[in-house]
Design a protein around this ligand. Structure first.
Ligand SMILES: NC(=O)c1ccc[n+]([C@@H]2O[C@H](COP(=O)([O-])OP(=O)(O)OC[C@H]3O[C@@H](n4cnc5c(N)ncnc54)[C@H](OP(=O)(O)O)[C@@H]3O)[C@@H](O)[C@H]2O)c1
Length: 235
């Protein structure tokens, strides 16, 4: 399968790429800003699983939308089967302290970047026999779940991604592109530890990565436009 994962330099994205790379048939493109960490990931995938992944240093914010490296790689592949919209940021600030810039940055990375990337990848997803877009959202992005003080911009941006998932599933129906959303609870990563320093997340990013890979590869035919909560606790 041809697979693209954003936010691959650490946390859930890193482990998701590693998990996909166990299958040598998988051709993976890993995206993030930190080229050193991507190089480390590339090395690990090769040493552990003999899989030569492609890496792209790419700031996915709208001001950097054109990325020649990605365009060059896309020109040489006919289709994309799985696209994992995983990159995200979390600004933990009380609503009253959030600046206009905080809101724009959060929505840019957590919502507009997935929009832009799906637009860019659409022709390649359409060429796949089993295209599957996975949007990684949060429990806080689902209505009527517990909300947390300080996470208004983050949770609102993730709610937008939830809604986009349902819209795209409908709109891409005739193109045979399925779009689902995994709304995660607490996962032990840098992002979680920064947001909730006094909490312990019992779920590891490796466990979530296994789920993401299994779900995206094997359950695509059973789900479309679904918002799936993956949580045993909040937070
Ligand atoms: N951990 C949790 O408890 C939890 C819960 C619910 C949902 N989630 C969601 O799961 C996803 C992964 O989270 P995580 O916990 O693994 O976070 P993380 O460890 O902070 O990793 C975030 C990833 O996003 C990338 N990223 C951020 N801004 C970017 C930009 N402008 N351009 C390109 N890449 C960018 C980062 O790479 P660079 O810095 O190298 O660019 C990094 O690889 C996020 O969407 C998050 O909202 C996490």
């Amino acid at each position: 399968m041809n697979i693209i994962v954003t936010g691959a330099s650490k946390g859930i994205g890193y482990d998701t790429v590693l998990e996909f790379s166990k299958n040598k048939e998988n051709k993976i493109i890993a995206i993030s800003r930190n080229i050193n960490k991507l190089n480390d990931l590339k090395k690990v995938c090769y040493e552990k699983y003999n899989n030569e992944i492609k890496i792209i240093q790419y700031d996915i914010t709208t001001s950097h939308i054109e990325n020649q490296n990605l365009l060059d790689i896309l020109e040489n592949i006919e289709f994309v089967d799985i696209f994992i919209n995983n990159a995200g940021i979390l600004i933990n600030k009380k609503f009253i302290d959030l600046t206009q810039e905080d809101w724009i940055t959060t929505f840019d990375i957590n919502f507009l970047a997935p929009v832009n990337l799906i637009r860019l990848l659409y022709p390649k997803l359409k060429n796949s026999k089993s295209a599957h877009i996975i949007n990684i959202s949060s429990m806080g992005g689902i209505e009527r779940t517990q909300k947390f003080s300080g996470l208004s911009s983050y949770s609102s941006s993730k709610a937008a991604l939830v809604n986009l998932t349902e819209c795209l599933a409908e709109e891409f129906m005739d193109d045979n592109i399925h779009c689902n959303c995994l709304s995660l609870g607490s996962v032990d990563t840098e992002m979680f530890r920064a947001a909730f320093p006094s909490y312990h997340a019992s779920v590891s990013s490796e466990e979530i990565a296994q789920f993401i890979c299994n779900f995206s590869q094997n359950y695509r035919n059973l789900f479309n436009g679904k918002i799936i909560p993956i949580a045993i606790s909040t937070p």
